[in-house]
Ligand binder design. Structure first.
Ligand code: ADP
Ligand code: MG
Length: 250
């Protein structure tokens, strides 16, 4: 059982798109997969076709007696989701005085994790308490990097934070790797970005990059993953390859 946090402090780097489609790709291979949306923006939840769910992760997080189990919605036989909602926006502040406030999600996951091969957590674009709650129970961090010059700007701080979590809360946490998203078709530009990212991350850079593909942006509008929405698209091919690489390396 692996718990993977999809993390980048920047917005728009493809965290949510990657969570949805890595999850769908794993489920397609009959791996029992649970997606957890811990971003107050709830993009993952909405992108899977769920709007105004009756219960969200917030209901479980706010219950300091831990009597409210995580709500789990069945997307398909092998793919389940813990939905988020805007209520979660207040959580960071509401939890300030809670004891063990960094391990709330860990407690909530305990016991349900045995039902899954993979749990994938879609993190918010911030390094606050919600992200810390994602990292504490995680075995692995994956970082999607948007293909642009200095994509790794600020990434050394991100790595510092991960090391800090390893040291203080979770010695099991490993940086599984980084992968490039939104790759442009202008080959020369993309190649030189890849070269610089490779220099920085070495082995940790995945061979698979995700190309810019409009189907990836369209799929969530109809509540679908890329494999159902457009199985022959570049997006489906790229996320299919990424899933294979994740299965091999993690
Ligand atoms: N490879 C891609 N090609 C085209 N659009 C993409 C791609 N990856 C993500 N997007 C779009 O870019 C925006 C930001 O992606 P998202 O996954 O929500 O990033 P994050 O969760 O890191 O903020 C979304 O509108 C999404 O549909
Ligand atoms: Mg997101």
């Amino acid at each position: 059982m692996k718990i993977i946090s999809i993390l980048n402090h920047k917005g728009g780097t493809g965290k949510t798109t990657s969570t949805a489609n890595i999850g769908a790709g794993l489920a397609r291979l009959n791996k029992k997969t649970l997606l957890i949306d811990i971003d107050p923006q709830a993009n993952l939840t909405e992108g899977l076709g769920l709007i105004n769910t009756e219960k969200s992760i917030y209901d479980s997080i706010k219950d300091d007696k831990y009597k409210t189990p995580l709500p789990i919605v069945e997307i398909s036989e092998f793919l389940h989701l813990v939905p988020s909602s805007l209520d979660l926006l207040g959580a960071e502040l509401e939890l300030v005085s809670r004891s063990k406030r960094e391990s709330i999600l860990e407690k909530l996951i305990h016991g349900i994790n045995i039902n899954y091969d993979y749990i994938i957590i879609d993190c918010p674009p911030a390094m606050g308490l919600l992200t810390l709650n994602a990292l504490v129970p995680s075995t692995t961090v994956l970082v999607p990097l948007e293909a642009e010059f200095y994509a790794y700007k600020g990434i050394d701080r991100l790595i510092n934070i991960i090391e800090n979590v390893q040291f203080n809360f979770n010695p099991e946490l490993a940086i599984g790797g980084v992968f490039i998203t939104k790759c442009n078709s202008q080959r020369i530009l993309t190649d030189s970005i890849k070269t610089s990212v490779k220099k920085y991350f070495g082995e940790k850079l995945f061979d698979t990059s995700i190309r810019v593909n409009v189907a990836l942006a369209e799929a969530p509008v109809s509540g679908q993953n890329i494999f159902d929405y457009s199985p022959t698209s570049n997006g489906a091919i790229d996320y299919g390859n990424l899933v294979d690489e994740i299965l091999m390396k993690i």
